[in-house]
Design a protein around this ligand. Structure first.
Ligand SMILES: [Fe+2]
Length: 368
């Protein structure tokens, strides 16, 4: 049996944030969770859109939120008792908001115990408004939190937001951010397509998302509004695809590389995608899917085609192009391999990747 989880509603329209009060009709008390940056750029708009409603804004979310910071935020707001949490931000804000939804429902729950095998009765309605086009966490059940010096990936199907609101007027104008987040969504789609848990439904979402991002990311980076809209909804389609399928080897390699050399997530996972496609092509079913995507994009060779696409938008596919010296890189390659081998995403890869394979992939990705 396959179970698919989706939000109950997805709204999609530029500037729809202005009508937030209509969307939350029936809600008596809202807690808006965001970060200082979003508050700075969009605070007035958010407050205006909720004018006359009984709301409170919590904007103290830091990147890669710690369990401690969530416990503190809950302690400070535990008496507020909202019936709706509105998360406005990127992946960290979504992770924080989902965690707060758990705490308002189960005040004594240890967040480390969250798992996909139990049913949670979440008492607050979770509304997700993503401000980047990439993570897909507005439609996913996952949470990534920092616990001391380690990252913990948690998840529960009851944490899929009830409503996702897609308004690309809230997304940044920065070329670098649009590129790296868009590439993250592009990789989510490829990984969802190849994952050993993929199905016809997730394939459909992944294929359309790849096609749309491939044809629109460059224009989105130039702040073309229609292209930004399309990339924005495509990142949510990619989120629906991977959260009902999986992410895999490019994420395992990218997580390891990104945390070791402090390279942003989308750029890291994107860098490894061409090598992962080549590696996974030895699996017949996966190769057929890559061939189909290649035909869809009009490419003779999908790997060369992706490298050309990367070249046009400035996404690297060789580690050396990031200015990391060969000496430094190879001095840490065992650490890279070790971290990648411990990554949970490996389990979803269609071809089993052993330590030697992972080392070879890291070596090849450095570039000649
Ligand atoms: Fe990702």
């Amino acid at each position: 049996m396959t179970v698919y989880t989706f939000p109950r509603k997805i709204y999609f329209q530029r500037d729809i944030i202005e009508t937030l009060a209509d969307i939350i009709q029936g809600s008596e008390k809202q807690l808006v969770i965001t970060d200082a940056n979003i508050l700075k750029f969009h605070g007035e708009r958010i407050k205006r859109s909720l004018k006359g409603r009984n709301f409170k804004i919590y904007s103290n979310v830091n990147p890669e939120p710690t369990i401690e910071s969530i416990e503190n935020a809950f302690r400070d707001n535990s008496l507020y008792n909202p019936d709706t949490i509105i998360a406005i931000g990127g992946g960290s804000v979504m992770d924080f908001a989902k965690s707060m939804a758990i705490k308002f429902s189960y005040p004594d729950k240890n967040l480390r115990d969250i798992n996909p095998f139990e049913s949670l009765a979440i008492k607050v309605k979770l509304i997700a408004i993503p401000t980047t086009s990439g993570t897909g966490s507005d439609v996913s059940f996952g949470i990534v939190l920092t616990d001391g010096d380690r990252k913990v990936a948690l998840g529960n199907y009851d944490l899929v937001p009830e409503i996702s609101i897609l308004d690309s007027s809230l997304t940044p104008d920065s070329k670098d951010i649009i590129r790296s987040t868009g590439i993250d969504a592009f990789v989510h789609s490829f990984e969802a397509l190849s994952a050993n848990t993929s199905t016809i439904l997730t394939d459909a979402l992944a294929e359309k998302s790849i096609d749309t991002i491939y044809h629109n990311l460059e224009n989105a980076m130039n702040n073309d509004e229609e292209a930004k809209d399309l990339v924005h909804i495509s990142s949510t389609m990619a989120g629906l695809a991977f959260s009902n399928s999986g992410t895999a080897l490019a994420h395992a390699l990218g997580h390891s590389f990104g945390s070791t050399f402090h390279v942003v997530h989308g750029t890291s996972v994107g860098l490894f995608l061409p090598y992962v496609i080549e590696f996974n092509s030895r699996d017949e079913r996966t190769n057929e899917k890559y061939m189909r995507v290649g035909r869809m994009l009009g490419l003779e060779n999908i790997i060369d085609g992706i490298k050309d696409f990367y070249g046009e938008i400035g996404q690297p596919y060789r580690v050396k192009d990031l200015g990391i010296s060969a000496d430094l890189y190879y001095s840490r390659i065992d650490e890279l391999v070790e971290k990648a081998m411990m990554d949970n995403e490996l389990a979803f890869n269609p071809v089993i990747a052993g330590e030697d394979d992972v080392k070879e992939l890291f070596s090849r990705a450095y570039g000649d």
